[in-house]
Design a protein around this ligand. Structure first.
Ligand SMILES: *Cc1c(COP(=O)(O)O)cnc(C)c1O
Length: 379
């Protein structure tokens, strides 16, 4: 139940990938039959990724994952357009793959505005519009947050960006294949996708770049991916990503309905059984898979270990930050006091979770919270 950290590779994805490790192992740049077969697999995958997000295949560039896609989007646009301006707008609760790149760009002389979010984790389009200045060249707002699951009003932001002729990027790693993501209706110029968050393999991703966008390469070499991202293509991974996108498109409606039901059932059960517990993030503008609960009397780490011992995998913050001791930057951004951040638990449901598992997890969370709050009361 930690599907926002990573997902299982779907059996259909593995099956589609295997031939590209075996007989179809060609280098997609080679002109001979082996190369042409590899390229054909890759181009079919490009069409499948494009079809999931309403893009043209030529607007999809393969990368090594969400982190690289975010790096390419932000650095690539910033470096190429710096003569136009040096101001970037993002939010305080982006993934580190965006926030750390922004810090790096600040060191290169760019100015970055980190917009605050509301207590429910929403970016306010009005505040964003006010932050725009003559030097603004890029807006980057994630589609849904990986910790609290809040879905952002991208359409409204996209309209503002379009009117002001500013590039608009979104880290869509948590939403691609989960909720509708149509680059045109959201007004996106760039969008990052990662294979392993949508039942594809790790180490592969894509960046959507709207035709005509001016962007600089950050990985130079043999000129692969139309010169934008050099390096021999990870053909099996790319084929797997394409298959994952095709499956997700087909499964989305049913999965959304089912996971939303599981999600709301779990939230209601835990909140009605545990004193001083609450939901982090927005109650409705929320990923169907995301449950993020706060507990006033219990440490998140204790809950995590209790659940782990009973075969349930969850997270206390984002997987990347759970080895650090500082409170999560996302929970801080939504205004939780540091001591309130430590009692939080993120449960992220996925395609292969069953209703029985969800019930078992809900009961075990309540059991753990009761047990640990008694201990802390005695102390
Ligand atoms: C996982 C994740 C990333 C990083 O993707 P990788 O493929 O693991 O590099 C970026 N942004 C968000 C929102 C994520 O959840």
């Amino acid at each position: 139940m930690d599907n926002s950290a990573t997902t299982a590779v779907a059996p259909e994805v593995l099956e589609a990938m295997l031939p590209y490790f075996e007989e179809l192992y060609g280098n997609a740049s080679s002109l001979h039959a082996f190369g042409r077969e590899a390229r054909a697999g890759m181009e079919e995958a490009r069409e499948r990724v494009a079809s999931l997000i309403g893009a043209e295949p030529e607007e999809v560039y393969f990368t090594s994952g969400g982190t690289e896609s975010d790096n390419l989007a932000l650095k690539g646009i910033a470096l190429r357009n710096r003569a136009k301006g040096r101001h970037i707008i993002t939010t305080t609760f982006e993934h580190p793959a965006v926030l750390e790149v922004c810090r790096g760009l600040e060191a290169l002389g760019f100015e970055v505005t980190y917009l605050p979010v509301t207590g429910e984790g929403l970016v306010e389009p009005d505040a964003l519009e006010k932050a725009i200045g003559p030097e603004t060249i890029l807006i980057s707002v994630m589609h849904a947050n990986n910790e609290v699951g809040t879905i952002q009003p991208l359409k409204e932001i996209g309209e503002i960006a379009k009117e002001k002729e500013i590039y608009f990027h979104s880290d869509a790693v948590q939403t691609a294949g989960k909720i509708p993501l149509d680059v045109d209706s959201l007004g996106l110029d760039l969008a990052s996708i990662s294979g392993h968050k949508l039942y594809g393999p790790k180490g592969v991703g894509a960046l959507y770049i709207r035709k005509g966008a001016k962007i600089e390469s950050i990985v130079q070499g043999g000129g692969h991916e139309s010169g934008l991202r050099s390096g021999t293509e990870n053909v099996p991974g790319i084929v797997g990503l394409g298959q994952a996108c095709a499956l997700a498109k087909e499964a989305m409606a049913e999965e959304t309905e089912r996971l939303t039901r599981y999600r709301d059932g779990m939230i209601d059960f835990v909140l009605s059984h545990v004193d001083d517990s609450w939901l982090n993030g927005h109650p409705r503008e929320r990923l169907p898979s995301n449950v993020n609960l706060g507990f006033g009397k219990v440490e998140g780490e204790s809950l995590l270990l209790y659940l782990d011992a009973r075969g349930i995998a969850v997270s206390t913050g984002s997987a990347c930050s759970s080895r650090k001791l500082q409170p999560s930057h996302v929970l801080t951004a939504i205004g939780l006091a540091p001591e309130r951040c430590h009692g939080s638990l993120r449960i992220t449901l996925g395609r292969y979770n069953t209703e029985e598992e969800v019930d078992y997890a809900s009961r075990t969370i309540v059991e753990a919270a009761e047990r640990f709050s008694q201990i802390s009361a005695i102390r």
